[in-house]
Write a protein that binds this ligand. Structure first.
Ligand SMILES: [Mg+2]
Length: 265
């Protein structure tokens, strides 16, 4: 059985800004464009006022008049990202970075410490040296580790022991499954498949009516099965263009938000 950790920084851009400038700590801040007009990342202090991504900056300012909006320093974010993943590379070469602030690493082969110790060492090192927090999910595959890291952000540390994957996913809304966007969720809900456990229990030919050729893999996911390998970087650290960086974080946080809303929190 594999041991995969999914690492996901919390409110990454905003947290890096607060790390780099002590005056911003504890304050409602956001990274976003006045010209682009949307919020790309909001500190947890700002989120208390209802500021989320992607939200028009004008609306964010109305909700939170004291909001400090910063234009974003993408070179700095990339530097923090490299440092952050550097701690994972201390334990394994098998690191798959999926965005500037998210990725998987496989610690199956590392026997120097237990998986929990390794994951904890990494998050503590990041907190102490970079002054940002991350969430981690530890599981036997990518799917479950990713959901585990995102379920209780920020600073989440969730482990799903091997054999408990299906049980862990059972009562979660279908939207947590990769590939289930808002439209598919509505269709699944209408068919009585609001929870992942209900998808897991549905025959694959029935599921195909709703999900087409995605049905087999989705049913496997719903059952906590995910054989996808990690795809470690073969070249030196990827370089993220500014535009790409911006979009990825927006997407990431929007997904988190819609999921959080689904969970009613
Ligand atoms: Mg993140």
């Amino acid at each position: 059985m594999r041991t995969i950790v999914h690492l996901d920084a919390d409110a990454f851009f905003a947290s890096v800004e607060q790390s780099a400038d002590a005056r911003l700590r504890g304050k409602a801040i956001a990274v976003g464009g006045e010209s682009r007009g949307i919020i790309a990342s909001a500190s947890y202090e700002a989120r208390k006022f209802g500021v989320f991504t992607p939200m028009p900056t004008a609306r964010a300012r109305k909700l939170c008049p004291k909001l400090i909006v910063l234009p974003g320093d993408y070179e700095r974010y990339e530097q923090f990202s490299n440092w952050m993943f550097g701690y994972a590379y201390d334990f394994t070469p098998s690191v798959e970075q999926t965005s500037i602030d998210e990725g998987y690493f496989d610690i199956t082969a590392n026997r120097s410490k237990s998986s929990l110790e390794i994951a904890l060492t990494i998050s503590q090192a990041i907190r102490q040296s970079l002054k940002i927090t991350v969430s981690e999910g530890i599981a036997s595959n990518k799917l479950v580790s990713q959901i585990a890291s995102k379920l209780n952000k920020p600073a989440a540390f969730e482990t799903v022991p091997g054999g408990q994957e299906k049980q862990f996913l059972h009562s979660l809304p279908n939207r947590w499954l990769p590939g289930v966007g808002p439209k598919t969720a509505v269709r699944l809900n209408a068919a009585g498949l609001a929870d992942i456990g209900q998808i897991a229990a549905t025959p694959v030919d029935m599921l195909a009516l709703l999900l087409g050729n995605q049905a087999p893999v989705m049913r496997q996911f719903a059952n906590g099965i995910d054989e996808r390998p990690l795809i470690p970087a073969t070249e030196p650290q990827k370089s993220y263009g500014k535009q790409e960086t911006f979009n990825e974080d927006v997407t990431d946080e929007r997904i988190c938000r819609s999921r959080a809303a689904t969970d009613g929190r």
